[in-house]
Design a protein around this ligand. Sequence first.
Ligand code: NDP
Length: 449
Amino acid sequence: MSEILEIVKNQSPGEPEFHQAVEEVVESVKPVLDKHPKYRNHKILERMVEPERLISFRVAWLDDNQEIQVNRGYRVQMNSALGPYKGGIRFHPSVYGGVLKFLAFEQTFKNALTGLPMGGGKGGSDFNPKGRSDTEVMRFCQSFMAELARHIGNRTDIPAGDIGVGGREIGFMFGAQKKISNQFAGVLTGKGVGWGGSMMRTEATGYGLVYFAQNMLAVKKNSLKDKVCIVSGSGNVAQHAVEKIIDLGGKPITISDSSGFIHDEQGIDADKLSFIKDLKNNRRGRIKEYADKYSSASYTETKNGDTENGLWHIKADCAFPCATQNELGKKDAEKLVGNGIKLIGEGANMPLTAEAAEIVIKSGILYSPGKASNAGGVATSGIEMMQNYMGSYWSAKEVDERLKKIMSEIHQNCLDAAEAYGFKDNYVAGANIAGFIKVADAMIAQGVV
Ligand code: NDP
């Protein structure tokens, strides 16, 4: 198995996030490969770690001072065995090929877990929307789409949002793509409700995460009621995770951004969450303002994602990392386990470092990997695609019911796959195995392409 990792490290040097994601999957699927030699014979892993296509392009645009800015855009079309490429677009200065390859690799398994016909992809740019005016963001999105448009299509590749790409950016990119293609064809998901978007898409990742947690707790005859929850991030996923935790009777007490976190011992309620949504989605301010407004909250600054002595050290029942990759390290994991945390549900993609994940898995607490517990977002994107193909809309209630059902099926599939291959109750192994088998069998059926 280590040969696969060697190949990846040689062919993709300097891409630690991609190596980390591959290593986790390779370890999980070893018993599957041992039991079914066809996967080794067909060189499935060797093919899975090589993107079907990797596009990198120049994005030149004019800022408000009429200065020319140059960024780099990417689309990683990882695997189309199960359907057209599907995955978000990230705008963040940390974006480079390695981050997008890790995300596209994870996405392939995640999309398989949803049971919907979607392959895996991911894209983005090192563009930083922070501090940019709406018109600058629009010009950037238009230039980005001027190139990306030739590589995507509603039966080819359907991007969505991710870090730094919300409703505003999807709107600008959709408008540009529509103009270039002269077709209103649902080539992006996460569109506004009323112009092709699905009800509940905005909420879906955070809600789905909490539904998944509810499923895990139910196995232990427990629930979210009265559970104290620590949540990181304050973007799309974190906001809607907090919303659903409140809805189900839990008590969220933290939220964060890349500058720091707030700790509100009285709990974040619906009114306080409205303040957060306005602060982050409309005013695009810093989370520190929460503590300036609510005296029940304290604010702690963090440096460059460093969580040492940070929010993971606060005693709680459940933890939901919803910001970014590798935001929760070894010491944080030790602290969480030492403090008696009952559940960790990943809202972000790969928020735990490999060392942190190992500690958490060994401890035996309930722990769901992002590729399973944040799959509600892409599942609802799939539901948006269905509505676009049919040219109709479904109600919020109907979409929410489908989301709940999908999350519950993913949960069960993870448990079943884990048990079948000797990893009982290990959701990480279960998600990797269930996703792998689905994609691998489709690849074998489709021949060497
Ligand atoms: P947003 O851009 O809406 O929010 C991201 C949040 O994380 C912000 O609060 C941001 O802080 C914080 N953050 C970003 N980078 C860092 C960093 N390096 N250190 C500390 N904090 C950071 O993104 P989303 O909520 O959409 O995405 C969050 C995570 O969830 C990502 O891992 C994404 O891949 C994953 N995800 C998202 C899905 C979706 O539907 N949106 C679907 C599945 C997974 P600041 O405000 O300072 O930038």
